[in-house]
Design a protein around this ligand. Structure first.
Ligand code: PMP
Length: 425
């Protein structure tokens, strides 16, 4: 069990009261999490005592910087159960990690080259970062972009998996946890069917690694992408995990300094992975910060964090169900869902809800959350999204629900969970 009131003290921005004396109720960790002192200290200590470029300086400071950068790679590898440290590629964020895979496949030789008539499968609940790179890849190669739909209950529709994943399917790009609906998707059955037809499975784990964690040894994916800034780490650092044989076989999407072993006017030999994918000076202090974030999450215990945010989600679902006119967009239960709740209030535009909450010191997000297909599926242009992390308390949710009660219309409709079949607002 974790004590979020104690944990809040580790986060300077949350510990400090707002200038008007009210505490900030931060319910937007799905967008980015706050950073605890150990992360801030690790980064400032790096700059104050160990700053140098990595992999090139033959002097003590440079060696220390390189050791710290590479120690973070070890920390990431251990955190996600990677069989080899060289399978961890540092990127700018999830988006860049996914583009590295899609870009590599655009230029790949056989057997990874995509051809006209091949199929790329995404899902209707993808974040645009795991949708647009595949759409562009389809346009560039003549492949067809297809999708797995969403059920009325906000789950991935896997009922036609055997038909939808065919020998022409080359890539399946799926989000592990949806940032708009909250759904946690089962990767197992998708990976099993993918293995039967030889398709690559690319998992966007931006919303799962911070909350439920992953073990790439058992997940069944070929590539996994996530961002440091959603897991108490800094912005500017993300991770691409890929199977060694794939990282060895695929060409880099970005190239330049640090990516090559040797070059002449006639010849070019790329460095071994992960370096062939880490072009230019990498985000060194950010990698050090990510390593510290992983240490922080590990010290608290990811299982305890998962239990805490699941309990908060359950409580928030109960509380929101009591607010007149609230319509949930996503699964109704707290099982197999991350700490993300999207909803609309009947007859109240989402911007008005967000602005009213903002005025009450509650930070939530409104919009389509870069997952427009999911909004379209449920017939809503936008939702209000509340998301939780280790530093949130039941009291934060009480503030949210009591503020919503003041905004909610007086004559509610009765539908509690939207299926996309009834009109909204
Ligand atoms: N995928 C999902 C599911 C996300 O929630 C996000 C961030 N909202 C991203 C991808 C993109 O992450 P980043 O902006 O860090 O690249």
């Amino acid at each position: 069990m974790i004590d979020p009131e104690l944990i809040k003290k580790d986060f300077p921005l949350l510990a400090a009261s707002a200038s008007d004396g009210r505490d900030l109720v931060y319910l937007d960790s799905a967008a980015t999490s706050h950073k605890p002192w150990p992360v801030l200290d690790a980064m400032s200590d790096f700059y104050a005592r160990n700053n140098a470029n990595v992999h090139r300086a033959a002097y003590d400071l440079g060696r220390r910087a390189t050791e710290m950068y590479e120690a973070s790679r070890d920390a990431v590898a251990a955190f996600i159960g990677a069989p080899a440290r060289d399978e961890i590629v540092f990127t700018k964020n999830t988006t860049e990690a996914l583009n590295i895979v899609a870009g590599a496949l655009a230029w790949a030789d056989a057997p990874y080259r995509l051809e006209s008539g091949d199929q790329i499968l995404v899902t209707e609940m993808e974040h645009h970062s795991n949708l647009i790179p595949w759409r562009l890849l389809a346009e560039r190669t003549g492949a067809r972009l297809c999708h797995l739909g969403i059920t009325d209950g906000g789950r991935l529709d896997l009922s036609r998996l055997a038909e939808q994943i065919t020998p022409r399917t080359k890539v399946i790009a799926v989000g592990h946890a949806s940032n708009s609906l909250g759904t946690i998707n089962p990767i197992g059955p998708i990976a099993e069917r993918a293995a039967q037809v030889g398709a690559l499975v690319v998992v966007d784990a931006a919303q799962s690694v911070p909350h439920v964690g992953i073990d790439v040894g058992t997940l069944g994916a070929d590539f996994v992408a996530f961002s440091g800034h959603k897991m108490c780490g800094p912005t500017g650092i993300g991770v691409l995990w890929g199977r060694t044989e794939l990282l060895e076989a695929l060409p880099p999407f970005l190239s330049g300094g640090s990516t090559i072993e040797s070059i002449s006017m006639d010849d070019l030999v790329f460095a071994a992975p992960p370096y062939k994918f880490e072009a230019g000076t990498p985000p060194i202090a950010e990698a050090v910060g990510l390593g510290a974030a992983i240490g922080y999450l590990r010290d608290i215990g990811l299982d305890d964090i998962t239990d805490h945010t699941r309990a908060l989600t359950e409580y928030a679902l109960q509380e929101l169900a009591e607010v007149p006119g609230t319509r949930l967009v996503g699964p109704s239960g707290a099982v197999d869902r991350g700490p993300v709740i999207s909803f609309v209030l009947d007859d109240v535009p989402v911007e008005r809800v967000r602005t009213a909450l903002d005025q009450a010191g509650v930070a939530v997000r409104s919009g389509n959350h870069c997952a427009q297909l999911a909004c379209l599926r449920f017939g809503v242009p936008a939702t209000v999204r509340a998301s939780f992390y280790l530093y949130n308390t039941p009291a934060d949710i009480d503030v949210l629900s009591s503020e919503l009660r003041t905004i909610a219309p007086r004559t509610p409709r009765t539908v509690r969970q939207t299926t996309g079949k009834e009109p909204v607002m």
